[in-house]
Design a protein around this ligand. Sequence first.
Ligand code: PXP
Length: 246
Amino acid sequence: MKRVLRLGVNIDHVATIRNARGGGHPDPVDAAAVAAKAGADGITAHLREDRRHISDADIDRLSREINLPLNLEMAATPEMLEVALGHQPHAACIVPEKRQERTTEGGLDVVGGSAHLASYVEALNRAGIRVSFFVEPEAAQLDAARALAAPVVELHTGAYCNAKGAERERQLGRIREAAAHAEDIGLECHAGHGLTYDSVGPIAAIPTIVELNIGHFLVGEAIFCGLEQSIRHMLELMNAARGRVQ
Ligand code: PXP
């Protein structure tokens, strides 16, 4: 079956560079407009508890000024739920969050946290915001997401991206199995974290994955070739890999 593979561009690290000097440049909302021009299907932004990159004002402007679906990455906290319900993004991806981490280091423990997470999924579902859980590629995590009535899971590709040689193949196998399991139990499957030109092909080739969320590499690569070009090239690689399996 022919399926579309969407790209959500994560613009957090445009805000990281802006915040290094405390002014308004570079503006992540301008970056989102460039992503739209380059052919991205959505914008992803993580409003962290410590506001280290994206700010509340950014979420407000992304919601009002950008004509692409917004995927709000958020921790399962009352504060973030209020932000989501207030802004009504197209989607919300629930992620684990630790203050000390440099980036989202692992997937959310939906199995262990299901009692806490249930009311968040319920409130977001009720508001018509598409909920996903960012999880390790493990069947038990997917089953727990399904049991909570979350319609989508995003598989954490960090371990795959960081691995080399045989270990990378093993990690890829875990993602393939989890993506197949997602389809079997009726979950829409996304993937992301750490993806680069080098690592995206095998993930894009997995037919049951319908969306990739990519940020840090695209923003870094933009230093050398510009953001529009880095996004266009990523889309070419995704489409080429997906085209080979259709
Ligand atoms: N998906 C999720 C859920 C994330 O938390 C992140 C990082 O914020 C990404 C995708 C994008 O990861 P990267 O910036 O490494 O491409």
